[in-house]
Design a protein around this ligand. Structure first.
Ligand code: NDP
Length: 365
């Protein structure tokens, strides 16, 4: 076992032992203190991601607790109230949402709506005086992202984007290797993310709600992969589009490949698709390589860094993500997945679509 991992496991074991040996009264006091300090989160839009990932992750957070919901579906109110003990005084719909301003139990509003609705609810949450997390993609374009950043700044609230992977330990090691150049400069990144999309009637295939197809939805993971691996911002991009089902993908992109150039001379090659599965990251440094497969799943992110095997870490990415945002609020720190980070991806996506419009020519980011 490598020495760093051995030390980490030792520290972890010591921490667990200390907790289990401390007197009950001390532990109860600590638990009470922690629950007092927990920040209240309201989830907006109780769809698949909120239901299957965020609500369960909120049961594992140490600095946040699920206190409110905002839903347009009446029957979900009772289901969530029963399951998570959400008090009726913290249940809102899209019409009553703004009165959340008068609800001191809610500190953070987490927007988990279709992409085209992010901007409106981020701005309304900020105007209600709440800190905000919005799901990816932050907005439909860079202008929307800038509006959201400005609204949060004007309201004096913090804003972050749901880039859960940035708290995944193996992903963070690859990010660190790029930043600290431990294996030399990054020369090449291959990052890919795609899946076979089902139901042809879903909002992800409607341009008005999704703003784009595979690129907006999961291509953004491949952009993140190239950006965090290099610790650089791309200067230019060239893109190519492929469509095998013009009926299903009449309004949005099905498959896009693109290449990016970075200021250091590093290059990246990426693919995103709604018609096949791909979920990998490979980084070539001056000395050695690193890789993650899968690179973007909720669990099981594993790979290698040089000669080191990166085993999957048993953590909740979303719990770590939300706890870090709560820490940023408590310590007045800026999140590493702030609105500005979401804006950077939006600028890359705009350049990719622009390159496609111009027949695949190189476009400055
Ligand atoms: P779903 O379609 O499962 O849920 C969206 C929810 O939004 C609905 O259940 C509904 O909730 C509400 N809603 C309000 N208006 C509409 C509308 N016009 N059409 C559809 N739904 C509406 O989507 P997901 O949960 O998969 O995705 C939500 C957001 O989260 C997206 O931006 C997506 O990109 C992001 N996401 C992020 C992931 C990540 O890993 N970070 C993973 C998956 C998604 P209600 O009935 O309560 O009103």
């Amino acid at each position: 076992m490598n020495p760093r991992r051995r030390t980490f496991l030792k520290q972890l074991a010591a921490g667990v032992a200390a907790t289990s040996l401390s007197p009950l009264s001390t532990r109860l006091h600590a638990a009470h203190h922690a629950s007092q300090k927990k920040l209240g989160v309201a989830l907006v839009g109780l769809g698949g991601y909120a239901t299957r990932q965020l609500a369960p992750a909120l049961q594992k957070t140490s600095r946040c607790s699920l206190r409110g919901i905002v839903t347009g579906t009446k029957k979900k109110e009772k289901i969530w109230a029963d399951k998570y003990g959400v008090d009726t005084s913290h249940i809102y719909n899209y019409e009553t949402f703004d009165s959340i301003a008068n609800d001191p139990a809610i500190d953070i509003v987490y927007v988990v709506l279709p992409n085209s609705m992010h901007k409106e609810y981020v701005i309304r949450a900020a105007q209600a005086g709440k800190h905000v997390i919005t799901e990816k993609p932050m907005g439909l374009n860079a202008a929307e992202c800038r509006e959201m950043i400005a609204a949060c700044k004007a309201a004096g609230v913090k804003l972050s984007v749901g880039y859960r992977l940035r708290f995944e330990p193996n992903t963070m090691l690859i990010e660190k290797a790029g930043r600290e150049k431990t294996m030399g400069a990054v020369r090449y990144v291959q990052s890919e993310m795609g899946f076979r999309i089902g139901d042809p009637a879903q909002w992800r295939l409607r341009h008005s709600l999704a703003g784009g197809g595979a690129m907006m939805d999961v291509g953004i993971y491949a952009i993140q992969g190239a950006r965090y691996s290099t610790s650089e911002e791309p200067v230019s991009v060239r893109a190519q589009e492929f469509k095998t089902d013009p009926v299903k993908f009449a309004e949005v992109d099905e498959t896009i490949t693109w290449q990016m150039k970075f200021p250091s001379g590093a290059i990246s090659n990426s693919t995103t698709s709604y018609s096949f599965g791909v979920n990998e990251l490979t980084v070539s440094y001056e000395r050695g390589r690193a890789g993650l497969r899968p690179a973007n799943r909720y669990t099981g992110v594993a790979g290698y860094l040089g000669n080191e095997v990166l085993a999957a870490a048993p953590i909740s990415q979303q719990a770590l993500q939300m706890d870090d945002f709560a820490r940023c609020i408590s310590e007045d720190d800026t999140s590493k997945i702030s609105g500005e980070e979401g804006l950077k991806d939006a600028l890359v996506i705009e350049a990719i679509y622009e390159s496609l419009r111009r027949g695949g020519t190189s476009v400055a980011v």
